[in-house]
Design a protein around this ligand. Structure first.
Ligand SMILES: *Cc1c(COP(=O)(O)O)cnc(C)c1O
Length: 410
């Protein structure tokens, strides 16, 4: 099955009991067994079965199967949020005293998790521009256990050369984790280019309507856990093979930190997936039109959209996303005052801290997501005082452009 067919039919068998054509919401915390022995066998992994929704749930399992297929991966664990996915995946790999090499233009929440929260537990992060593979290579040392990048940096809007980075991490036997939230499996399957683990915040385009939080960890099957740098997972790999990392997460880290999604939310993600391909096409077409329009505006500077021929990574956009630049773009006005006035003048676009919604959303990153960052940290991710980020929705693009034309803030 191809992309758009998998998004609708992937991983799910019809409900043979009722004939329902939609995966049911199994709103049950626990699962009953006839005998104590049966439940004991499931706990020990000697028999398959669901135990408790914090570990696994039938609705969530259906979502995991579909996402794994769409990514061409060996398996998936769905989480309560994108941050939950990154937390569980990273905590499943790193120990105190070890470090992560991460792209410098990535999502503010991930920067905070790595620097502030994981930093408290002795995990260090080295920041390097993700579109400069040689700097990534130079930053890796004997204590590096993970390289973390985003497909398109949010908010920096830079595009990483995944294949080149994967060559480096493979040579050093370090897993490459790629956050594909802003591209989704509709635009790229990072595993095809050598990524080992794919991360999604499903709260964004996969949900698509701003109605539920969620995340996902996909193991692409590229990393050889048996001969990897992680003793505990290598030991497990003797029994679990390429499922070792996901087994380690499900039976330990994911279970212990409690980042399971609500079954209702998994249902909403399954529904969102059905229209993902069609929506992403519209997001990309609309964003390109808006980027072109903004580029022609007098007071607007530095329109950053990877789908524009003028973007410095446009060759990467062609190579990895078939030329489609996604639904996000940024641009700069003279200063914070001008940016605020512009945002306040919008009638259609909503001022909100989200992306990937059907609705067009705008935000002033410096005063919101990056509020608590130092000037130096903001500069590293390319967030200036006049910067505005737009998540271009799937409304009629003429209406979006009309909204952006609006009365001048002067
Ligand atoms: C939103 C986002 C996250 C975090 O996801 P949540 O679901 O909000 O926890 C991670 N990475 C990227 C690129 C994001 O845009």
């Amino acid at each position: 099955m191809r992309r758009d067919t998998l998004a609708i039919h992937g991983g799910v068998k019809n409900d043979s009991e009722t004939g329902a054509t939609v995966v049911g919401i199994t709103q049950s915390t626990a699962f009953e067994y006839k005998t104590a022995k049966e439940l004991s066998d499931v706990f020990a992994g000697r028999a398959p079965g669901f135990i408790y929704t914090r570990i696994a749930n039938p609705t969530t399992y259906a979502l995991e199967q579909r996402l794994a297929q769409m990514e061409g991966g060996v398996g998936c664990i769905a989480t309560s949020s994108g941050m939950g996915a990154i937390s569980a995946a990273v905590m499943g790999l790193l120990r105190s005293g070890e470090n992560i090499v991460a792209g410098a233009g990535i999502f503010g929440g991930t920067v905070s998790l790595f620097e502030k929260t994981l930093g408290r537990f002795g995990v260090e992060t080295k920041w390097v521009p993700s579109d400069d593979s040689s700097q990534i290579e130079a930053a890796i040392d004997e204590k590096t256990k993970l390289v973390f990048i985003e497909t398109i940096g949010n908010p920096k809007m830079d595009v990483a050369d995944i294949e080149a980075i994967a060559k480096i991490t493979k040579a050093k036997n370090i897993p490459l984790m790629v956050d594909s939230t802003v591209t989704t499996p509709a635009l790229i399957q990072p595993g095809k280019f050598g990524a080992d683990i794919v991360i999604h915040s499903t709260s964004k385009y996969i949900n698509g309507h701003g109605t539920a939080m969620g995340g996902a960890i996909v193991d692409t099957g590229n990393y050889n856990w048996k001969d990897g740098k992680f003793d505990d997972i290598a030991k497990l790999a003797k029994r679990a093979g390429q499922f070792a990392f996901l087994a380690k997460l499900r039976n330990l880290v994911y279970r212990d930190i409690g980042v399971c999604p609500a079954p209702m939310n998994s249902f909403l993600m399954l529904q969102g997936l059905e229209t993902l391909g069609a929506r992403m096409d519209i997001h990309c077409n609309n964003a390109l039109r808006v980027a072109e329009f903004l580029s022609g505006q007098q007071d607007v500077g530095n329109v950053r959209y990877p789908g524009l021929a003028t973007h410095e990574n446009n060759d990467m956009t062609k190579k990895y996303f078939d030329g489609k630049g996604g639904g996000l773009l940024t641009f700069e006005l003279a200063d914070r005052e001008k940016a605020f006035a512009f945002i306040d003048g919008l009638k259609l676009a909503k001022t909100a801290a989200n992306l990937g919604d059907a609705k067009t959303l705008v935000i002033h990153p410096a005063s919101t997501i990056y509020q608590e960052f130092s000037d130096q940290q903001r500069a590293r991710v390319g967030v200036t005082d006049g910067l505005i980020r737009v998540s271009v929705g799937i409304e009629d693009v003429e209406d979006i452009i009309e909204d952006f034309t609006g009365p001048s803030p002067e």
